[in-house]
Write a protein that binds this ligand. Structure first.
Ligand SMILES: [Zn+2]
Ligand SMILES: [Zn+2]
Length: 618
């Protein structure tokens, strides 16, 4: 018996070697035999923030498991709830009891460390030893099913994988809280590895969001003249930027400058939370915040924001890479002047230069015959976290100026001034109309007017759920048909937002549903909805609001056929909570509940004395 098992094992071992050998014919791993002689240029995705698995370790390379035995990931932090409760319990109780900051700020400083210690770089800017990055030094074809699932969940380029072959698709992983310079150096080596493995002498790169900041470093430090680093330009075929943070995000600039909206208490109690969540929840939180006096809340918030930057963010050169160039000099002065921060400052100064040279370096691509494309979102207000939030057009996370390489635009919800003429900063063709149909953007003022695609009303985070954007990127990477925004009417310069992830799932549900019990009318309605959905998904020009309309049609048809519950009514309207919160703001300002008697007595006295008439007295 034992013999049989060992023979079987031996056979299966031989087979497994054979199957590896089959992939690696001629010692290579691609369908073009590692000769690089196929028409498909390998593409390397440089993902956005948090789009790779980084595991918590004990500092000795062992992954830490949670109580269910699952590996713990570190982005953007890890909350050991028990430990945090132990840290804050008594300070919170005493602060509530005495209505004074009784060690709450100090406790929260500790909590900041407990949440982020695994992401804090050292004084040289090197990655923390408490985290381990999952890397893919191989094509997607060679990845395990779990790795593939991770990659496609982050960047759904399955279609590209099908067309080009997954053996020509690579996913460059990095720690978003890591060392920027190390990441850039590793990216260069990764490009060399892909060239060697596939036999192609050039690769496409796809910098997405924070990946755009990393590409700034690549094109600056690897131009053949930088501290002995080689020239990467001859190794690039195309660059396809997707919502790239080429000049940071004003949110991060505001964080570094501690110029934050919610530190203004009037805004904290009316406006801030409504921008981030549904109004009902926001209003109840505002009411609950009254449990503490406003000066305590103000002090605790200020202290905690300061500690977050001082203890965590300022050590992370990859976060500095998201600081807009306009904010960098002041922020560096504030956080990096200490001699202890000299090495970090040396590196962030290097990056600052890369950021300032970003346009020049992208222009240099053309000298090497490299085509650069850009896909951006606009008219989606940036989160109301920093005080720059309502000042310029954006995609919710990054300012349009940064992603579009400097395009002039009106603020979200506004249009360019009447009589505005196309400036033609970078376009010399008088036949081109680069003003968006909604008169919000002048694309001729962005560095790549003829190869930048704009999506109206699209939010940064839902970019990967817009199937048009994925199809566009796939086509640019896999074929050479799309040379610019005029090549294909199916991919115009200005297009609309859409989010078809839910719709695709719904379509699958509708097609697979058991329709045997339906009346002729129900079946007909459903068939029409399915046909409309398929037509929509086949189109790559979105009419404003069309996807939502079709999604509703399909949902209604399914509901009418009894195949799906009707959608519940939308979120509860803020009734009582809004009245309460705004009423408190009106009568008691930002004061906490315990201060109300004082406010009332003061008001009473001023009533008795009569209202002071300052202007008349003067
Ligand atoms: Zn090939
Ligand atoms: Zn043009």
């Amino acid at each position: 018996m034992k013999k049989i098992i060992s023979v079987l094992l031996a056979i299966s071992f031989v087979f497994s070697i054979c199957s590896v050998a089959a992939v690696a014919a001629d010692g290579t791993k691609t369908h073009c035999g590692g000769e690089g002689n196929c028409n498909t240029v390998p593409s390397i995705v440089i993902h956005g923030i948090g789009q790779s698995n980084v595991y918590l370790t004990d500092g000795n390379g062992n992954r830490v498991l949670d109580k269910d035995g699952k590996e713990i990931t570190c982005f953007p932090m890890y909350a050991d709830v028990g430990a945090i409760v132990r840290t804050v319990l008594f300070p919170v109780l005493f602060t509530l009891l005495f209505q004074k900051n009784m060690g709450l700020s100090k406790a929260l400083k500790k909590v900041v460390y407990q949440l982020f210690y695994m992401n804090i770089c050292d004084s040289q800017g090197k990655d923390s030893k408490y985290c381990e990055l999952e890397e893919y030094p191989k094509s997607v074809a060679a990845c395990t099913p779990e790795e593939k699932a991770t990659i496609y969940r982050n960047i759904p380029l399955e279609k590209y994988g099908e067309i080009a072959g997954e053996d020509h698709l690579y996913y460059f992983a990095y720690n978003s809280f890591g060392n920027n310079l190390d990441i850039v150096d590793r990216l260069y080596r990764y490009i060399e590895m892909v060239k060697e493995e596939t036999g192609h002498d050039k690769v496409n790169i796809v910098p997405i969001s924070l990946g755009g900041a990393i590409s700034n470093g690549l094109l600056e430090y690897y131009n053949g003249t930088y501290e002995g680093r080689p020239d990467v330009y001859p190794s690039i075929n195309k660059v396809v930027y997707i919502v790239p943070a080429l000049d940071g995000s004003s949110i991060i600039g505001d964080v570094f400058n501690l110029d934050l909206t919610f530190l203004n208490l009037d805004y904290l109690y009316n406006g801030f939370l409504e921008g981030l969540m549904d109004e009902n929840t926001a209003r109840w939180i505002e009411v609950a915040l009254r449990i503490l006096p406003d000066d305590v809340i103000e002090e605790v918030l200020n202290d905690t924001c300061y500690n977050l930057v001082n203890d965590v963010i300022r050590y992370c050169t990859n976060m500095w890479a998201l600081c807009p160039s306009a904010d960098y000099p002041g922020a560096a002065e504030k956080w990096l002047s200490d001699p202890e921060m000299a090495e970090i400052k040396r590196q962030t100064d290097m990056f600052y230069k890369a950021q300032l040279n970003s346009d020049a370096n992208i222009k240099r691509l053309a000298e090497f015959g490299i085509k650069a494309f850009n896909i951006v979102d606009y008219d989606f207000p940036i989160y109301n976290v920093g005080n720059s939030w309502n000042k310029e057009n954006a995609d919710g996370v990054i300012d349009l100026d940064s992603t579009s390489m400097g395009a002039i635009s009106a603020n979200c919800g506004e249009t360019l001034p009447e009589g505005y003429q196309q400036a033609n900063t970078y376009c010399s063709n008088p036949d081109h109309n680069h003003i968006s149909p909604d008169r919000v953007v002048d694309a001729s003022t962005g560095l790549l007017p003829d190869t930048t695609f704009y999506f109206d009303n699209q939010g940064h985070e839902s970019t990967a759920r817009n199937d048009i954007i994925l199809t566009l990127a796939t086509n640019i990477l896999a074929y050479d048909d799309i040379e610019n925004v005029y090549s294909d009417p199916n991919f115009p310069q200005f297009n609309q937002a859409r989010d078809t992830r839910g719709l695709k799932n719904l379509l699958k549900e509708a097609k697979e549903a058991d329709k045997s019990g339906l009346t002729a009318e129900q079946a007909q309605e459903l068939e029409k909805a399915i046909a409309d959905t398929e037509a929509l998904l086949a189109s790559t020009v979105e009419k404003e609001g069309e996807t939502k309309k079709v999604e509703k049609e399909l949902k209604d048809a399914l509901a009418n056929a009894g195949l799906r519950k009707a959608d519940k009514d939308k979120e509860k309207e803020a009734g009582l909570s809004k009245k309460l919160s705004l009423g408190m703001l009106d009568k008691f300002g930002t004061n906490g509940l315990s201060e109300y008697p004082i406010v009332l007595v003061t008001k009473l006295f001023s009533l008795i004395k009569g209202q002071p008439k300052a202007d008349k007295a003067a």
